[in-house]
Design a protein around this ligand. Structure first.
Ligand SMILES: Cc1cc2nc3c(=O)[nH]c(=O)nc-3n(C[C@H](O)[C@H](O)[C@H](O)COP(=O)(O)OP(=O)(O)OC[C@H]3O[C@@H](n4cnc5c(N)ncnc54)[C@H](O)[C@@H]3O)c2cc1C
Length: 481
């Protein structure tokens, strides 16, 4: 790895950092903000103006609005991510997790995937660490549920749901079947509603290949704590979405909280109880907790305090020199809605990232920086193939036009020409040949077969494959059938 005119990592602990020929900008996180800010900075600043480093445990940026379609098989999951190394030309990419920042000493601590932690120094820091799922100490949640923020989770959910259909279709035990065919989502915001609607659409579509499963056997349940879903869309369109989901027999429990899900037994605050092998947690996000291991000023919600210029600032408004932030991890005043902070959305993240890049480049050239201001354009959501809901510039759309707008808008927003083309090809192929419905459940344990084949077998023992099927609760033959 080259860090341009700077020494390569690590910056050898206690040794004073060597003077640099060009300032080093370290971008923490390579998601929406990190990726777009690094691109913008590289475009605005030549290699002689600044060295840019992006640190992220993943080597790609994830276009999260496409995760529901990736989970539903309408898009190939690889096409909803963008490679850092391929697209961030002239930027050094470090694959590792930031574990702390001492801004007073301009030092970032990084844990690589393997090996010892190390520190790198910087002149300017861009904090773009995003958010994590906001979980609660609900019994069974950590053991049973999965999140829906990463592409790996979208892949796992799809494989899991299709595998449940496969296994349920080969099972005679009614209670077990019911449990396997009950899919529970908690949190009726954007991510949760799009996820349940897309996955339900896929599962119903898949039933044509499962003679043993009837449409009534599938049970999709949404648990939402407030008295409405999709609050971003307003009462009317949220109400429309609710009606559409209920028409599709998706059970939506409003003003209801998940109380427990130990061993997959779901209990709600309103006394509803059922068994479910699938629990997806989409009940909101909170700022990345690693920010607690920095000396940057945080607000009561744990977000980095920022000025509208996207410079980090103390509570009294004084600028923290050399620190910038944007996106889900930042508390940025929303100048279009005085008194409020910008919402955690891709719409703000992309625009803030570009603005941050411009401002930081101006700052390095001793030019004046400007405030970030963006009036929310609206919201588009997909509810399955040909179904959607949208409110853009005050115009309300339902059904096919909303779905079409969702696809057009996100395709336009998807970074890189390469990815745009692949996404359009995926959609076209899915229309021509129907979406892909193969469950690659074994993907999550690729060494299983080899391990079984390599295991020493005592004389007279059953085949390992048979043992595996029984242990997994696979196909069962009822006694006497
Ligand atoms: C399913 C889903 C659908 C969505 N749909 C929409 C939509 O339709 N419209 C919309 O406006 N918004 C949508 N959003 C929200 C939007 O995606 C986020 O607001 C946006 O991604 C925020 O960008 P960010 O850069 O702040 O965070 P992220 O894009 O999450 O990036 C954070 C980055 O930090 C990295 N990171 C985390 N911890 C560390 C660490 N310790 N060290 C180094 N790096 C770290 C992560 O790997 C990640 O790459 C959706 C979100 C989800 C989950």
């Amino acid at each position: 790895m080259t860090l341009e005119s700077t020494p390569a990592t690590p910056d050898a602990g206690t040794k004073a950092p060597r003077p640099r020929k060009v300032p080093r900008i370290v971008v923490l996180g390579g998601g929406y903000v990190g990726f777009y800010a690094a691109l913008r900075l590289r475009r605005r600043l030549g290699r002689r103006d600044a060295a840019i480093v992006v640190v992220d445990p993943r080597s790609y940026m994830t276009y999260q609005p496409f995760l529901p379609e990736a989970a539903a098989g309408s898009l190939e999951p690889r096409h909803v991510v963008v490679s850092h190394r391929r697209e961030l030309r002239g930027v050094d990419v470090l694959t590792g997790r930031v574990t702390g920042v001492t801004h007073a000493e301009r030092k970032v601590r990084i844990a690589p995937v393997e090996g010892e932690q190390y520190e790198i120094t910087y002149d300017h820091l861009v904090v773009a660490l995003g958010s994590v799922a906001r979980t609660l100490p609900i019994p069974g949640l950590a053991e049973q549920a999965m999140g829906f923020k990463q592409v790996e989770e979208a892949i796992a959910l799809r494989n899991h749901v299709l595998t449940k259909l496969d296994v349920a279709a080969s099972t005679w035990d009614k209670a077990l079947r019911r449990r396997m065919l009950t899919f529970t989502f908690v949190g009726g915001g954007f991510a949760g509603i799009e996820a349940i609607a897309e996955v339900e659409d896929m599962a119903r579509n898949a039933l044509r290949y499962y003679d043993g499963i009837d449409a009534e056997d599938l049970r999709f349940v949404m648990i939402e704590g407030s008295d409405r879903i999709l609050p971003e869309l307003g009462e009317e369109m949220g109400g429309y979405t609710l009606e559409q989901l209920r028409r599709r027999n998706i059970e939506v429990y409003l003003s209801t909280f998940l109380s427990s899900c130990v061993d997959g037994h779901v209990v709600t605050s309103t006394g509803v109880e059922f068994d479910s092998d699938t629990i997806v947690w989409t009940a909101g996000v909170k700022a990345n907790p690693v920010l607690g291991s920095t000396d940057l000023p945080l607000d009561p919600q744990g977000r980095v305090r920022a000025l509208p210029t996207l410079q980090v600032a103390h509570e009294d408004g004084t600028v923290v020199d050399g620190a910038w932030t944007a996106g889900d991890c930042a508390a940025v005043p929303d100048l279009a809605n005085p008194g409020r902070m910008c919402s955690p959305s891709a719409q703000h993240a992309v625009r803030q990232a570009r603005h941050l890049g411009d401002n930081l480049a101006k700052h390095l050239r001793s030019a004046a920086v400007s405030d970030y201001e963006h009036k929310h354009v609206g919201t588009v959501a997909s509810l399955g193939l040909y179904k959607g809901v949208a409110q853009v510039y005050g115009v309300k759309l339902r059904g096919f036009p909303a779905w079409f707008m969702h696809r057009t808008y996100h395709m336009a927003q998807m970074p890189t020409f390469n990815r745009k083309v692949r996404i359009v090809l995926d959609w076209t192929l899915a229309l021509l040949f129907r979406r892909e419905l193969v469950a690659l459940g074994r993907l999550h344990d690729p060494r299983a077969d080899f391990r079984d084949a390599s295991a020493p077998r005592p004389k007279g023992a059953t085949q390992p494959a048979d043992k595996g099927a029984k242990a997994a609760g696979g196909a069962r033959t009822p006694v006497g059938s």
